[in-house]
Design a protein around this ligand. Structure first.
Ligand SMILES: [Zn+2]
Length: 171
């Protein structure tokens, strides 16, 4: 099923999600399948469980936009263990639709996480994948990408969102 995406203003987005402790269950497999479906429907390259209103440390990533099944990744209870280099590029978030900002991130990022079976693994990604590891892991700790832009731009973004909320165009 396709879940609606939770938008900025919902407190679940700004709270640390709970660790996943049960693995290899039909419920977890279904949830992951639904998260991929929801992400593709929203045309994103990453989706955190908090973005469908679920406080669990699970994120799905597919930098190929569904073109290459080998690029489908699930990271559960992820931790960023290494960040190298720098890249600056445009970043957006499905939970803050209509906004994009230049964000400086690491260029080469290593994440340690668990898969749906509970196996631990480490993976290093570069460029877009590095950015996705950072963006999605941030989500699971209640952090949104606007924490990585200037306070001035962040306040402007929040003011615009408040305006949309008041106009009933943001829910
Ligand atoms: Zn996001």
């Amino acid at each position: 099923m396709v879940y609606p995406i939770v938008k900025l203003g919902n407190p679940v987005l700004e709270q640390e999600a709970a660790d996943v402790t049960e693995f290899d269950t039909p419920e977890l497999r279904q949830l992951i399948a639904d998260m991929f479906e929801s992400m593709y429907a929203a045309k994103g390259v990453g989706l955190a469980a908090t973005q469908i209103g679920l406080s669990k440390k699970i994120a799905v990533i597919d930098c190929s936009n569904g073109e290459n099944p080998e690029e489908k990744l699930v990271i559960i209870n992820p931790k960023i263990i290494k960040v190298e280099g720098r890249q600056t590029g445009e970043e957006g978030c499905l939970s803050i639709p209509g906004f994009r900002e230049q964000v400086r991130r690491g260029k080469r990022v290593t994440v340690r996480a668990q898969n749906a079976k509970g196996d631990h693994f480490e993976m290093t990604g570069e460029d877009l994948l590095a950015r996705a590891f950072l963006h999605e892991t941030d989500h699971l700790y209640g952090k949104l990408y606007f924490l990585h832009i200037s306070a001035l731009k962040r306040d402007l973004m929040k003011r615009k969102v408040k305006k949309l909320q008041r106009a009933g165009e943001w829910d």
